[in-house]
Ligand binder design. Sequence first.
Ligand SMILES: NC(=O)c1ccc[n+]([C@@H]2O[C@H](COP(=O)([O-])OP(=O)(O)OC[C@H]3O[C@@H](n4cnc5c(N)ncnc54)[C@H](O)[C@@H]3O)[C@@H](O)[C@H]2O)c1
Length: 281
Amino acid sequence: MVGKVVIVTGGNSGIGLETAKNLADRGAKVIIACRSAIRGAAAKEEIIKATGNPNVNYELLDLASLQSVREFCATIMKKEERLDVLINNAGAGGLGNSTTKDGLHKGMQVNYFGSFLLTYLLLPLLKSSAPSRIINVSSVMHHYGAMDFDNLNMEKYWSDYLVYANSKLYLNLMTLELSRRLNNNEVTANAVHPGVAATNIFRNIRISFIRNIVMKCVNFLFQDSWEASQTSVYLAVSPEVAGKSGLYFSNCKVKKPSELSQDLNLAKKLWIESEKLVNLS
Ligand SMILES: NC(=O)c1ccc[n+]([C@@H]2O[C@H](COP(=O)([O-])OP(=O)(O)OC[C@H]3O[C@@H](n4cnc5c(N)ncnc54)[C@H](O)[C@@H]3O)[C@@H](O)[C@H]2O)c1
């Protein structure tokens, strides 16, 4: 990865931190996209110390603000000459039923609309750096998502569960549409289920007693963040996946996503509606 530039959103915590560390260890220039300067600086220091690669930086990004997404992308376009790998890893659960100042449902914006705009704005740099790769960190939870264009932004009905499942389904559809639009496969786009790992993703479980039990059970039954980062790393570095696009991976293997995730018409329509909702058209 020496000479390559990688962005990992949410690279300061959990699976993203392990992904960023692994790619820095392989010599990449790693940019962590993160909401807090304090957490960004701490992650930068941890990664440099662990890998000896000084080429690690952070830039501020709050996916719950489209202005922040635009500012982040403008900074990257100004500072970086290339972008080889974009990993849309940041995500959150249990954000409740609030609306951002962009008029979008907060959970949907953090998990999908923000990453949609970010990817859209960075496409010129990804294209000029081709062959390059986009990796969208989805979840097995996408299987429980539903596609209702009258409720794209959760304006009619919602639950934390549905927001998470739908946002991951939308990420899969964005992956499919990206691969269709970038059809020469010079820029590839793939989705990942990282597997279940006890990370801060569970921090919004409001009752601390239940949160602690869930974390302990997940820790006991499943994997750690390092293991959960392996499929993202595989998609970022492996020659085996060069030119492969529009696929869904887990455990470093292609897996079949839900039927809805494979519907090209839904993917096209969602892209057009997303452009409108993030004020691109
Ligand atoms: N941990 C699991 O069991 C699991 C399972 C399936 C999918 N995932 C997915 O893996 C990805 C990484 O999650 P994790 O488990 O490492 O959790 P985590 O909470 O440790 O990491 C999530 C990252 O996203 C960032 N983030 C949250 N809101 C943001 C915002 N508004 N703007 C910018 N960044 C923001 C956080 O700061 C953090 O760095 C997420 O997309 C998550 O949905 C996790």
